[in-house]
Design a protein around this ligand. Sequence first.
Ligand SMILES: [Zn+2]
Length: 101
Amino acid sequence: MACTGRKQAMPYARWTVAMDRIIWTSYYAGNTVIEIALVLDRSEAAIVSRLRVLKAVGGPRPEDEMPAPTLRKCLCCLRPFQSEGWHNRLCHSCKNGAAFS
Ligand SMILES: [Zn+2]
């Protein structure tokens, strides 16, 4: 049986926070589900069901899915350092320093 409809690059790929944000902001910017589906290369049904989930939880999660390396201020010494993600709030010297040993 042949597959009908538009071929999708990743029909069953999991939703990322970035995709959630696109759905959420596009939807509230007045874009239709069809337009969002085209942008994300998903089916309309997938967008509708994802929107339902997002509405239930109050929108896309913040930065919490993938810890993204970023420059943050150390909570201890206030110096900027390369943080491994939202969970990483102390620079290496503070984490390994006397206060936390
Ligand atoms: Zn520090």
